[in-house]
Design a protein around this ligand. Structure first.
Ligand SMILES: Cc1cc2nc3c(=O)[nH]c(=O)nc-3n(C[C@H](O)[C@H](O)[C@H](O)COP(=O)(O)O)c2cc1C
Length: 328
């Protein structure tokens, strides 16, 4: 029997950021946070290199795969393949606003098609035994968010979906870039709180603009879980406090986590993974500590070199915690 997944603290899916190496690092910083992959389209799973797209490190559990798509049968088949890889949850992307995604008729534009999304999740649920969840926006463009969010949640809940991660702002599909769509449309946390009150049996995870663990704690008075994206990536050291603060566990020592990541890096370099693919996720890990800037600079200048190896990371780490180094 699998134990139920705990959505109290989640790290958001982020393309080109939350890849397998990033997730291994985050997992060393928190045993309990639920980690999401980058979005992978159903078509890529069906037609592409599955090993490259779906393989992950066993240490990453609990880990959820996010799929993009809008064809129920294609999504169901992709979900089944992904579940065989061992993911703990399959999440459907109903929030991504990029042009590429809109032309494929998935992501945020699906906020206009709750019945189709319901068919997708129904087909996915029938294909896998792990939970199928939805990440959505409040609405898109001119939609009335009081209606669009509730309609989407009701349609999916009617098909048995019980976990929703809600990015608490609209997406403007016409006129804003994906990046602007993460900041410009105003946040409406109150609507997400009300939807939780109206649906006590559903697990509602709130996302968008949560920048600190104090913010996260405040949201948890109203909803079941928080999902942090950019703050978790750019201030990953905060993840080391998540177990103690939100799961009754022990705080994690960042240096011990980095020592463990070093072992992972050595193993992966031996398998031919370039150093930079792993160290790029560490660049802001030591922000605020003496030597952080030198650490970052050393990696930026050297980790992409052909001969870069674990010693390059060791040399960068040696620049930390030397009080006068920064001025040198
Ligand atoms: C670089 C980047 C890539 C993203 N890729 C995805 C994605 O693949 N799927 C998705 O649902 N959201 C994606 N997002 C949106 C985040 O999951 C999250 O909803 C958004 O950043 C708001 O949360 P935050 O304010 O905590 O960052 C991405 C965000 C960023 C910054």
């Amino acid at each position: 029997m699998r134990t139920a997944l705990n959505h109290r603290f989640c790290v958001a899916p982020m393309m080109e950021w939350t890849d397998t190496h990033c997730r291994v690092l985050h997992r060393l910083l928190t045993k309990n946070a639920l980690l999401y992959t980058e979005m992978v389209t159903a078509e890529a799973v069906l037609r592409g290199n599955r090993e490259r797209l779906l393989r992950f490190d066993p240490s990453e559990h609990p880990v959820a795969l996010q799929l993009g798509g809008s064809g129920p049968a294609r999504l169901a088949e992709a979900a089944r393949i992904a579940a065989d890889f061992g993911y703990d949850e399959i999440n459907l992307n109903v929030g991504c606003p990029s042009d590429r995604v809109q032309s494929g008729r998935f992501g945020a534009c699906l906020m206009r098609e709750p019945e189709l999304v319901a068919q997708c999740v129904a087909a996915m649920r029938a294909a896998v035994s792990v939970p199928v969840t939805v990440k959505c926006r409040l609405g898109v463009d001119e939609q009335d968010t009081e209606v669009s969010l509730r309609t989407m949640i009701a349609a999916c809940a009617a098909e048995g979906v019980s976990v929703f991660a809600v990015h608490a702002r609209k997406a403007w599909l016409d006129g804003l870039s994906p990046k602007e769509n993460r900041d410009v449309p105003p946040l409406d946390y109150g609507l997400v709180y009300r939807v939780k009150q109206e649906n006590p049996a559903l697990t509602i995870v709130i996302n968008g603009g949560i920048n600190s663990l104090d913010d996260a704690e405040a949201h948890l008075r109203h909803v079941d879980g928080v999902m942090l994206g950019r703050a978790a990536y750019h201030s990953a050291a905060m993840l080391s406090e998540v177990d103690a603060r939100f799961f009754g566990g022990d705080p994690v020592d960042v240096d011990a986590a980095v020592a463990a990541y070093m072992q992972y890096v050595e193993r992966k370099i031996a398998e031919g993974v370039p150093l930079n693919a792993m160290t790029k996720h560490m660049l802001s890990l030591f922000n605020g500590r003496p030597g952080a800037r030198l650490f970052r600079r050393h990696l930026s200048e050297n980790a992409t070199r052909k001969d870069a190896n674990a010693n390059t990371l060791r040399d960068a780490l040696a620049l930390l915690n030397r009080p006068h180094a920064e001025a040198a």
